[in-house]
Design a protein around this ligand. Structure first.
Ligand code: G3P
Ligand code: MG
Length: 253
């Protein structure tokens, strides 16, 4: 059985706040979410930062590659103004800052390891080690007490498995390959995370019958969300936290 929250706020606050910032996490929280997905990569100094793109420009003021800036330098870049003037000055947060916010507020984390190309192993290793240390004194031993790591990078997840085998992993896939089952077994992963547009009822059934969790990204239409749940999908992340609430799975008619 899926031990995690079923509806997860994508990039913190979906489309209602500047993605992957503390403001986004607060927005998700204010909409009742106690579960967030966010993306993590390494800055130049090897510190994990919460970021989706490998370049500045779209959500971060400035230009250049994330990997060419230290985490301190990135913190001085504006990650909120692109979204709206009320978010001006919102910094690029480190993973530790976001994790601290989530832990303080009882928010479960789906940490997407999103390595800068060429840094797959070191990113997977570093993020898994960070999670391991943050949760080292965890006394709650239920599976859902730990974050779920996920990545499109097989190498990053392999490194995470070596660094902290006890932290659960999900394998993110856009086009599901024929050997998905073998890959999940190789990674010791507990779940397949798929693009919901590529999911079929047959695949959904196969994943569930094989004993894995099934998580979808990024589901923004309540009708589609309901259909996916009917197919046996365990959970999904959404940008439309205004339309699809945290209790959607249990409250739908
Ligand atoms: O983790 C699910 C989803 O976030 C994957 O795609 O590009 O939004 O990080 P992306
Ligand atoms: Mg993501």
């Amino acid at each position: 059985m899926w031990p995690y929250p079923r509806i997860v706020a994508h990039r913190g606050g979906g489309k209602l706040a500047p993605e992957n910032t503390i403001a986004a996490m607060r927005c998700g929280l204010n909409h009742g979410f106690r579960a967030v997905e966010f993306d993590v990569m390494l800055a130049k100094d090897g510190v994990p930062v919460v970021m989706h793109d490998t370049q500045l420009g779209r959500t971060i003021a400035g230009e250049g590659n994330i990997a060419d800036f230290t985490s301190q330098e990135l913190a001085a870049h504006d990650a909120g103004i692109w979204f709206g003037p009320s978010f001006e000055g919102e910094p690029v947060p480190t993973f530790e800052q976001v994790a601290a916010f989530c832990m303080q507020h009882g928010i479960w984390m789906n940490v997407e390891i999103k390595p800068v190309p060429g840094f797959e192993e070191t990113t997977g290793w570093t993020v898994a080690q960070s999670v391991k240390h943050l949760f080292a004194s965890q006394v709650d031993h239920r599976p859902a007490a730990l974050p779920l790591l996920s990545s499109f990078s097989f190498e990053a997840l392999q490194a995470a498995q070596l660094a902290a085998p006890e932290i659960p992993r999900g394998f993110l896939i856009d086009d599901v390959p024929a050997d998905w089952h073998a890959r999940l077994l190789d990674l010791g992963a507990i779940a397949l995370h798929v693009n919901h547009q590529k999911l079929t009822p047959v695949l959904a059934r196969a994943v569930k019958e094989a004993g894995f969790g099934l998580f979808c990204y990024t589901v923004n239409d309540p009708v589609r969300a309901s259909l996916l749940l009917d197919w046996g999908v365990d959970g999904f992340c959404t940008d439309r936290i205004d339309l699809i609430g945290p209790d959607f799975a249990t409250s739908r008619s």
